[in-house]
Write a protein that binds this ligand. Sequence first.
Ligand SMILES: C[S@@+](CC[C@H](N)C(=O)[O-])C[C@H]1O[C@@H](n2cnc3c(N)ncnc32)[C@H](O)[C@@H]1O
Length: 258
Amino acid sequence: MIFSIIARKCQTSWEVIRTRGIRESARYARTRIHDAFKLYADGSFDRRYGTDTAGWVELTDLTCVGSSNVKNCIYYEPTAEPLIHQLLSALPPIQYDQFTFVDYGSGKGRILLVAAQFPFRAIVGVEFVKHFHDIALSNFKRYKTPKQKCFALSSVLMDAAEFVPPEGPCVFFLHNPFKFALLTRVMEKIQRSIQEHPREVYVVYWCARPQYIEYMCGLGIPWREIPVRHHYSEEAKTRRGFLLSYVPPMSAAPPGAR
Ligand SMILES: C[S@@+](CC[C@H](N)C(=O)[O-])C[C@H]1O[C@@H](n2cnc3c(N)ncnc32)[C@H](O)[C@@H]1O
C-alpha cells in the first residue's frame, strides 16, 4: 500500500518535472508546500478550540441578506489568531467593560471569539451570509477556553450598510470585508455616529489595498500604523494594519470611559 502511494507520487513528480522543467517544478513544489502549510496553520485555531472557522470561501453562490451588496463583498477568509492579538494589542489601555466590540463582516466568528478573551462589555458580529452567521452562533457554544472573559457574544444577520453603531464607546474591527463603495458608506455611518454621540471610538483596520488605506487614513481621525510580525503567512506580508483613534475632548467624554 505505502509503496504504491510512493510510486504514484514519484510518477506524478516526474511528470511535473518533464512537462515544466526543473526550475518551474521547484517553484511549483514550493507553492504546494506553502499552501499545505497555510491550510494546516489556518486549521490550528479550530483544532485548539473545537470550532469551525477555517477556510477560504468565494461568496457569489451563498445566500446573502440584502443581496444588493453581494457585488460589494470580497470573500470569506478568517484572520489568524496571532495576528488578531497583534492588532488588538495596539489598543490603548481602555476600560474594556465600557466598550462594545464590533466586527464588520464577522464571517464564522473567529475574531469575535478571540476578542472574547478580553473583558469587553459586549461583542457583536455583523454578517450577511446566513450560512456563516449560523456557524458563528454554533461556534459561540463550542468555544471552550479558560481565557474567555466576555460572554455577551452575538452575531447579527444583516448587511453591514444597515448596521447602526452602538451608542457607547466602541472598538470597530474591519478585516478587508468589502469593496470601496461600501467601505465609504460604513465609515460615513461611523463618523455620523461619532458626531451625534461623541465618545471614545477605535477602528482597527486590516487591508492590503492602497486606495482603501489612503481613504481610511484621510478621514480626519488620528491614526497610526500597527506594527505586525508576518510569521504566519507569506501572502499576508502585503497587508497592513491601522488603528484609528477618536477620543473626544474631556468635557464630552462619557464618565469612566477612559
Ligand atoms: C475577509 S472575511 C473576514 C471574516 C472575519 N472578520 C475574520 O477576519 O476572521 C469578510 C466577511 O465579510 C462579510 N461581508 C461582506 N460584505 C458584507 C456586508 N455587506 N454585510 C455584512 N457582511 C459582509 C463576508 O460574508 C465575509 O464573511
